[in-house]
Design a protein around this ligand. Sequence first.
Ligand code: SDX
Length: 429
Amino acid sequence: MKKSALLKYDDREYSLPVVGGSEGEVGLDITRLRADTGLVTVDSGYKNTSGTLSAITFLDGEKGILRYRGYPIEELTKHSTFLEVSYLLIYGTLPTSSELSRFQSEISRHTLVHEDIKKILDGFPSNAHPMGVLSSLVCSLTAFYPESLDPNRAWEKVNLSILRILSKMPTFAAWAYKKEVGLPVMYPDNKLSYCANFLSMMFGLPTEAYQVNELAVRALDKLLILHADHEQNCSTSTVRLVGSAQASLYSSISAGINALWGPLHGGANQAVINMLESIQADGGDIQKYIARAKDKKDHFRLMGFGHRVYKNFDPRSVIIRKEADEVLSQLGVQDPVLDIAKKLEEIALKDEYFIKRKLYPNVDFYSGIIYRALGIPTEMFTVMFALGRLPGWIAQWKEMRENAEPIGRPRQIYCGDPKKTYLPLSKRT
Ligand code: SDX
């Protein structure tokens, strides 16, 4: 028998259907709430509101569970590759070997970008933040592929748009870095794997052959897998909202990149390293920064700590912390900020303020330490997050389109002035 909830308001009763998910999550379906009762709900930041039913990613904030299409991230980081996980998220199943090799060759075919994109790149000052460059170059694809503007085209055409952005994003990301450091851009090398190709475009030089470091490739592959999707986070919700207006895939992804840029979201990985370096420069006075994070009069927050959903531990942070130890020791890198990060975590996890608020290290707390060890500069960290999150954004946009979800348009409660009469300028004092 279908479950329901009873809402009593004024002297009337309303039955709200209950929706159940495949992992036992339960929600009240308020689709008819306003039509039947005249009421809307109020939920600043959508902390208690589900905007969709999705089959892509499941996470359990209490148990620290994260699965892509049912597969635990612990298994995927151990056995899979980022390209295979991208296929899984977007198309819904793990590819067979022939499907994967076809996918890989399709991706390789589209890694080059129109030469005129270099003119857009040249238009940026060298101090432009790479996230601004990335979102602009992604949006420029709407100009080079105007047919992509119509999301209602035949599936083969939409899929071509998906393959193009998956292929070109690493090129854009690496070119944004080259722009910043004033070095010539490097073209893709389709003999290399997805991550090796990205590293070769990032660090390769026309004056010498790039030596692929397999350890760096594997570490990057794992990091991108761990960032690949995370259900309805801020940037994914942005992609869905923009896409729900039937804006194109490229404009939806460009909007998602800008949402991710925020320091409370993907921009936190850059903010974590800046924070750890400040603590290091301040003589390593960790207690001082813990006190600042707890002081309500101080805007300072412990970046990389806390999460809207994970209230026990972020399973990605557990994997990344272990990976950081391994990568740094195998690369022979000594990074003092790793020791500061570990000390900070140790102190914070024993502090009542963080325990009471269930604040634990999140995906951003340790990821920057690995990026640094791979030679990736701090201002590129959020670009790396975007590179990882791309297949998730695509999968979520695709699911929203396939489910023909309506345009997103939240309601509000008005709390402004009552009706007024216009006062001519001459009468205003
Ligand atoms: C990502 O949603 C996703 O899935 C995101 C993400 C993904 O994969 O897409 O996981 C990626 O964005 C990870 C989060 C990265 N951001 C940071 O590390 C920035 C620092 N953390 C926060 O600002 C905060 O924890 C959020 C934004 C992550 C979560 O904020 P919430 O859920 O809105 O919680 P809140 O701001 O209401 O905080 C609750 C309490 C408050 O104190 P009280 O008012 O109850 O006294 O906890 C405090 C906050 O002041 N608090 C912190 C804190 N985070 C929360 N205090 C100090 N340092 C912090 N980091």
